[in-house]
Design a protein around this ligand. Structure first.
Ligand SMILES: [Zn+2]
Ligand SMILES: [Zn+2]
Length: 344
């Protein structure tokens, strides 16, 4: 038995014939199992969706209550039978509600990881390593040059800049789902209990995080007329807004971005970012390799990102590895890239 007996790659995405469902399909399908709420993985218009309660809530917040025909909640670690397979959801450590999906068919286990990271994140449960025969991974940062520093240290750099430039508003670009809330939670962990100001585009998901029990402290939506009074404050906004007219109206704005891509200095410069913070919700090279080893898998499929280096590394270790070159992941405005990767 091999992974291709359990899953096949179709234009809509990974399909499980025995269970008659897709995982994170990029087109509307009858039945979808969704790993997490980022818009490249979680789309509206499916006949039925199975996902964690948090991911279902995120999809309803983004797309409206009618985002799917029917919905089925997947409690973490609970095995459910779908068609001829057993499926279960397990924490992926990527954003609130994010899960790996385990599929067992006739004793053969395939784990679809979705997006994941191993670094700690106060806004979601930590990644749970699962033993499996075949592991299906992302490789957004799948090159040895990508080594993410400790995110807490990056937030200390932000606070240090804020003390050094008390007259400048620090405008931090951070994705609306996951990254923005993680930056807020890291600021709280660093002992900062001052108000955090947010762009209106971050409000609904931030409110949802809070309603699901993530404590983010005093968070206030920016009122345009009050921008002038926010000298020295931290303001979070979507990445695209740091260069907008909206941002220019704060006192002497300092442009900051929180992204794994900030490791690439040229990219930070091109984006006009003055203070790049390397804060990623994806595994770095070491985490990808360590995770593959921990799963004990003998087959590795790489869905998207820098697949070739990871496939090469895995093949050298004796694994049966292949890149899937899946179209549609990692290029949505919501996910990690601050600009879409040039040729990836
Ligand atoms: Zn994601
Ligand atoms: Zn993704």
């Amino acid at each position: 038995m091999s992974a291709s007996d359990v899953l096949t790659l179709t234009p809509a995405g990974l399909y499980c014939p025995a269970g008659d469902f897709f995982v994170d399909p990029v087109r509307p399908v009858e039945r979808a199992l969704i790993t997490h709420g980022h818009s490249d993985h979680a789309r509206a218009g499916h006949g039925a969706v199975m996902a964690t309660p948090e991911t279902l809530a995120i999809m309803a917040t983004r797309y409206g209550e009618d985002f799917t025909g029917t919905r089925q909640s997947a409690e973490l670690g609970v095995i459910q039978t779908v068609g001829g397979v057993e499926v279960s959801f397990h924490p992926a450590g990527h954003v609130l509600g994010s899960a790996q999906i385990s599929i067992i068919q006739a004793g053969f286990r395939v784990v679809v990881s979705g997006d994941y990271k191993r670094a700690s994140d106060p806004t979601c449960l930590p990644f749970e390593p699962l033993r499996c025969h075949a592991f299906i991974t992302e490789a957004t940062f799948g090159l040895p040059v990508f080594r993410h520093p400790d995110a807490a240290g990056e937030v200390v750099r932000l606070l240090a800049s804020q003390s050094l430039f008390p007259e400048r508003t620090h405008i931090v670009g951070a994705y609306a789902l996951g990254k923005a809330q993680r930056v807020m939670a890291l600021l709280r962990q660093a002992g900062d209990d001052r108000p955090i100001h947010i762009h209106g585009a971050l409000e609904r998901l931030t409110d949802l995080y809070r309603s699901l029990g993530i404590d983010l402290g005093d968070v206030r939506r920016v009122v345009p007329a009050e921008r002038k009074s926010l000298a020295g404050q931290i303001v979070l906004c979507p990445p695209g807004a740091i260069k907008d007219v909206w941002a220019q109206k704060f006192p002497d704005p300092m442009t900051v971005a929180a992204s794994g891509w900030m490791r690439v200095r040229a990219r930070a410069r091109q984006s006009g970012v003055e203070l790049p913070l390397i804060i990623s919700d994806h595994a770095d090279w070491d985490e990808l390799c360590a995770t593959v080893i921990e799963t004990g898998c003998s087959e590795l499929w790489v869905t998207h990102g820098e697949a070739d280096a990871l496939v090469y590394w895995a093949t050298a270790r004796g694994l049966d590895a292949q890149p899937l070159h899946m179209i549609g992941y990692g290029d949505e405005a919501d996910d990690e890239p601050i600009d879409p990767p040039a040729a990836a």
